[in-house]
Design a protein around this ligand. Structure first.
Ligand SMILES: [Zn+2]
Ligand SMILES: [Zn+2]
Length: 492
């Protein structure tokens, strides 16, 4: 029926009768309406998103107008009954605080967990688009790439394409240096050419910055959005989105294909909010592809027992085995360090690199320890630097290592992944420390021998007592090499 110039279901009639009423377009009374013109800019901003009113550059009236015509849905941002935040999925009450709300005048809860994306309180709606999708110009053959896949990559690439096609879940377990990005090309191309929306999410901003131009290059006709804290593409509607897992909190049922890179990496691996964000932002029917070089113990087990759909790339593209870490006992190295000395096997290791001029990465468990080591090493050679997460010159120092201006770089686990230096030896000092998990150690070992010109490199774990993580890391590398040989992916 029509009431106050709006079409609403006639509640006086029984539900059965509704079914037999003619479609609303048959209603002559409708001719009094002009067709509703939605705001196409709003459509592009809101499609597949869940945003706050403050994030949208339009008036509440305009939003309400769209809502009344069924083009926008409001959802409660905060569920008081269940005590949960709809945007980030947090249910742990310690994240919620009360405040006197200026908007509604009540004292109410808000979520501190996702506060930096704008405050969600009990009276905050999350706004999503419910109208038609914006028109995409579908490109028939979007991939422009003439590279070659290795044998292992090729098998994985087909599995990815299958998962995309069948909207299924897949874990790609590729050893460090196997070249996992290329494995995605065919699957992404397939999705894009059928009008699907694709997201590649990663825990780290560095990876977004590196991946976005790389994917834009091979998909030149596709609009690629790069999203991270402070990026400018925030309101872009793109068919291919590269985002930090954190940015996914703003998405809602957006993607047909969700690819999560480095699932084992911090903070994704331990932050349930980010895992929730991945689930929220994909469509009900969508594929979910995980990429990792080091799945956690649980996932490894699920892969082995066939409980998880998994494909491995057991060898690097240069067909040489992964360097095996050597365990070297260094005694109570920390005590020595307090006396201003380096434990002698460590010292010898460093001296031999300085003598041969071979570059090296040395990992230390803590910044304080690293600073002490640096003081000692500097006396041996001034071209030794250190780097940690908050170091403002981090990128510069890595660049200097690449340009061979630095001979040895000391680092915390911050460089455990993402850094590729062609000819380098790797050492861990205090590998028994808890920060060196199985996954971290496999990643660290994976820094060595990555280039085809220099496919080997020494990996040394200096320890004061072997840990389970060290043993598991070595086992994992041995197992992958074995599989690589069995599958004919490694030249022997
Ligand atoms: Zn309020
Ligand atoms: Zn929240």
């Amino acid at each position: 029926m029509i009431k106050e110039e709006k079409i609403i279901p006639n509640t006086k009639k029984s539900v059965d009768e509704w079914t037999f009423t003619p479609p609303i377009t048959h209603n002559p009374a409708l001719s009094i309406y002009r067709p509703f013109q939605y705001n196409p800019q709003l459509q592009k901003m809101l499609i597949g998103k869940q945003l706050l009113t403050d994030e949208l550059p339009c008036t509440t009236e305009e939003l309400q107008y769209h809502h009344e015509h069924g083009y926008i849905v409001y959802r409660k941002g905060f569920n008081r009954k269940e005590l949960s935040c709809t945007r980030c999925g947090t249910t742990d009450p310690s994240w919620f605080a009360e405040f006197p709300c200026a908007r509604c005048g009540k004292v109410e809860f808000y979520c501190r967990k996702c506060l930096m994306m704008g405050r969600i309180s009990e009276c905050t709606p999350l706004i999503s688009w419910a109208g038609p999708d914006p028109k995409l110009e579908v490109v028939d053959k979007p991939l422009v790439w003439d590279g070659q896949l290795s044998e292992g990559q090729d098998v994985a690439s087909k599995s990815v394409a299958d998962a995309v096609e069948n909207s299924s879940e897949l874990l790609v377990w590729a050893v460090a240096g196997a070249g996992k990005t290329e494995v995605l090309f065919a699957g992404i191309a397939n999705a894009l050419s059928t009008g699907k929306r694709v997201c590649v999410a990663t825990p780290r901003t560095d990876v977004v910055l590196e991946l976005a131009p790389r994917l834009q290059k091979v998909f030149p006709e596709i609009k690629v959005a790069a999203l991270y804290g402070g990026s400018e593409d925030r309101h872009e509607y793109a068919q291919l989105t590269i985002a930090t897992t954190h940015q996914l909190l703003r998405f809602y049922k957006a993607f047909d294909v969700m690819i999560v890179d480095e699932v084992d990496a911090f903070p994704y691996s331990i932050d349930e909010t980010l895992q929730y964000a991945v689930q929220q932002s994909r469509k009900h029917e969508s594929s979910l592809i995980y990429l990792t070089a080091t799945p956690n113990t649980q996932w490894q087990k699920e892969c082995r027992t066939g409980k998880r759909n998994c494909i491995t790339i057991a060898a690097r593209f240069h067909r040489q085995p992964l360097p095996l870490p050597e365990f070297v006992w260094s005694g109570n190295w920390e005590k020595q360090l307090k006396k201003g000395k380096l434990s002698s096997p460590i010292k010898k290791w460093v001296e031999s690199r300085l003598a041969s001029g071979k570059q090296a990465l040395i990992f230390a468990p803590k910044i304080a320890v690293m600073d002490k080591i640096l003081l000692i090493l500097r006396k041996l050679n001034p071209r030794i630097e250190s780097v940690h997460a908050e170091d403002p010159d981090r990128k510069e120092k890595v660049m200097k290592l690449r340009n061979k201006e630095i001979t040895i770089l000391l680092t915390t686990t911050i460089l455990e992944r993402g850094v590729t230096i062609p000819n380098i030896d790797v050492a861990v000092i205090g590998s028994e420390d808890r920060v060196f998990t199985e996954s971290a150690l496999v990643q660290i070992a994976g820094r060595a021998g990555r280039s085809a010109e220099y496919p080997t490199g020494a990996v040394t774990f200096f320890h004061y007592g072997k840990t389970e993580a060290m043993l598991s890391a070595r086992r994992q590398i041995v197992m992958m090499n074995k599989e690589g040989i069995e599958k004919g992916l490694i030249d022997v």
